[in-house]
Write a protein that binds this ligand. Sequence first.
Ligand SMILES: [Zn+2]
Length: 263
Amino acid sequence: MNRFDRQSFLGKDSQKKIESSKIAIIGLGGGGSHIVQQLAHIGFKHYVILDPDRIEDTNLNRLIGATIDDVDQSRYKIEIAQRVLKNLCPDAKIEAFPNKWQEQLNALKKCDIIFGCIDSFIQRRDLEGFSRRYLIPYIDIGMDVHSVPDCPPRIAGQIILSMSGCVCMQCMGYLTEKTLAIEGTRYGDAGSHPQVVWCNGVLASTAVGLAVDLITNWSSSLKEAVFLSYDGNTNTISPDNRWQYIKNNVCPHYSLENVGEVK
Ligand SMILES: [Zn+2]
């Protein structure tokens, strides 16, 4: 038995495909840190990771791999992610940037999949636009917590796979004029950045599952975009209510003619 025998059902050359794929993870907080850890266990070897932030004490409720010493040393989140990756895959090739993603487009262009684990709706739109331009599947995760008068808080999240030729996050009704107007750090309304480790774990695990299927095609069933909704109060994931009505639409937002370098 070797380290990857128990995932050999993914297909004859699956480990080769995994090892030769280059994966970007943008945002290495509560969501991205789970994704990094799982990709390392699966055996991915090529990474582009980006996050301009250093860890703070308030991140310790959810940032996988982080330690109290990291907070004391005020380490960059990319340093923590690199350590997690290297501890599991010492020969991994990691391009790590303490930057915003917009500052490292050349590195991102060469990736096979981009994970977006970011809070801002405008950045999501821009990142999806970039991914479409370079024909790179984009996987988005996020959660928020809504206050409901006289009821328990409601935890909601989403896992989206956006791919060229399929409906986009605007078609899905996930990015709307209204959500794009709620910009910046405010996301959800139950306090600033409500985030918990178990919900991030569910979202990240589902997103990683999509990525592995994209690369290995092991299920032979992932042929189109994906829009899943997570209900953290009932612990369920299901296709978003809107999905059946919009999944076969033709996306008017991203034309297949607008691919490649910006002219
Ligand atoms: Zn669209």
